[in-house]
Design a protein around this ligand. Structure first.
Ligand SMILES: [Fe+2]
Ligand SMILES: [Fe+2]
Length: 178
C-alpha cells in the first residue's frame, strides 16, 4: 500500500505540467524554476562584464607583444581571447533565456568586471596580469556555483564548464611565467 502511494508521488503530473507550460511569453523559464531569477541574471551580468574585459586584455596583449621568440605566447593570448569570447556568448545567451538583459555597456564595463584590464608592455608582466585575472575569474565562478547550489542546473553546468576552462588558462599562464 505504502509502495503504491510513493510511486504516485514520484510520477510526473503531465496535466499539471502542460497547464503551466501555456505561459509562452516566459520562454525557457517554467513554473518550477527554483533560483532567484533576477539575482542569477545579476551574477551572470557580472561574469559577462568580466569576460568582455578579459577579451580586451588578451587582445591588447596579443597585438602589442613583440619578439619572434614570443610568437607561441602571442598565439596563446589570441586563443584565450577567443575562448573568453565564447564564454561571453554563453553568458549573454543564458541571460536572455532567463528573460534578462545582457549588459554590454562599455561605459560601465571595467567597474562591473571582477578582473582587471592590463596594458603592460613587458611580456612577463602581461602573463602575470593574465594569471591574476584568471585566478579572479576562477574564484568568482566558484562562488557563483556555490550560491546557485542545485536551484538552476543549466546555469550551474554552464558555469562549471567555463570555470574548467579558466583553470586551464591559469595553468597555461603559470607555465609561461619565467
Ligand atoms: Fe572566460
Ligand atoms: Fe580565461
Amino acid at each position: 500500500m505504502h509502495k503504491d502511494k510513493k510511486a504516485a508521488h514520484a510520477g510526473i503530473n503531465t496535466a499539471e505540467i502542460r497547464a503551466a507550460a501555456t505561459n509562452v511569453s516566459d520562454g525557457a523559464v517554467t513554473a518550477g524554476y527554483k533560483a532567484e531569477r533576477k539575482e542569477v541574471i545579476a551574477l551572470l551580468n557580472g561574469a559577462l562584464a568580466t569576460e568582455l574585459v578579459c577579451i580586451l586584455r588578451y587582445k591588447r596583449h596579443y597585438y602589442t607583444a613583440t619578439g619572434l621568440q614570443n610568437s607561441p605566447i602571442k598565439a596563446e593570448f589570441l586563443l584565450n581571447a577567443q575562448e573568453e569570447q565564447h564564454h561571453a556568448d554563453l553568458l549573454a545567451e543564458r541571460i536572455v533565456q532567463l528573460n534578462g538583459h545582457p549588459d554590454l555597456n562599455p561605459a560601465t564595463l571595467t567597474a562591473r568586471s571582477h578582473a582587471e584590464y592590463d596594458d603592460s608592455k613587458d611580456i612577463q608582466a602581461m602573463i602575470k596580469a593574465n594569471l591574476i585575472a584568471e585566478r579572479v575569474a576562477i574564484e568568482s565562478y566558484r562562488q557563483m556555483i556555490e550560491m546557485l547550489g542545485d536551484t538552476d542546473p543549466t546555469t550551474r553546468q554552464m558555469l562549471i564548464g567555463i570555470m574548467a576552462e579558466e583553470e586551464e588558462h591559469a595553468d597555461e599562464m603559470r607555465d609561461l611565467l619565467a
